[in-house]
Design a protein around this ligand. Sequence first.
Ligand code: AQP
Length: 332
Amino acid sequence: MTRIFSGIKPTGHLTLGNYLGAVRRWVEVDQHAAEALFCVVDLHALTVEHDPARVRRLSRQAATLLLAAGLDPALCTVFVQSHVDEHARLSYLLECTAADGELRRMIQYKEKSARARASGESVRFSLLSYPVLMAADILAYRTDEVPVGDDQTQHVELTRDLAVRFNQRYGQTFTVPRATRPTVAARVMDLQDPASKMGKSHESGAGIVYLLDDPDVVRKKIMRSVTDSGREVVYDRETRPGVANLLEILAACENGNPSELADGYASYGALKKDTAEAVVETLRPLRERHAALVADPGQVDAVLTAGADRARRLARPVVDAAYRAMGLLPAG
Ligand code: AQP
């Protein structure tokens, strides 16, 4: 059976981009079609300035939101990365497989390190090595497919390169995975800056729809979104990025096609109004289930404990095999 792995980083409150680009597909397709593992990748949240209490809070919130979105522990495995030591164990072996040049070429590293330097922060070494840890997350489970938004495809490419290199040097150990992307909304853009991805750790929240925003806040953010100087509603990412973003969001919420939807609108105002309502309706059940789960934290804890047990059982033999293949003496 195909094995799927994907993760979400608790660096901020989950956004509409995370949902439309990744989580919704995990819920609607992946957990039914494959043996799937979904992980709150909390170690990745330590690669930038962070407040320990906030990371803990956001990790729990992310896990709760995944369940509220519809991940079903009877169908898939939901767990927290730091609960399974195999990720960090394998990461070191892959650091010994990767070259520093290929890590410095990663777009996220370039962008995030530039942002950190601009605000006077030092750049953590782990920000550079984080795609290697991500490769370990994926390879530890002999994953076939990694469903991700557009921004993560470069990291999955690196994962493939590391798997192939490791297998060639040390013998067949890992499955070489491939990234899969959604057909629409693979890159939801910031509503105030349609040239930038909607990112959960960005400072200004005005262009970001968070999954737990109140409906009126969602409406306000979408109604105030930056569009373009033209008037006609056409789907063109190059010349009309703001309108194209709204059309993609609407299409994703209504399972439609952005170009076809554009034909039905005579004004930006009408498009914004319908997009706002579609997003509010899409998020409504998730918000309701989230409220119920927050009232019963024991349920979330139990899912995460069982998930980590299962993940550990799957990853342990793979990582042990990698240790042996690389020349490490087995413990007695
Ligand atoms: N704007 C987006 N559009 C479509 N997909 C997106 N994803 C993230 N943002 C968008 C997808 O969500 C999954 C989980 O992302 P992540 O937690 O690994 O973080 P990220 O990719 O670095 O995105 P963020 O939310 O912008 O986090 P920060 O701000 O901390 O960097 C991934 O599959 C991702 O592709």
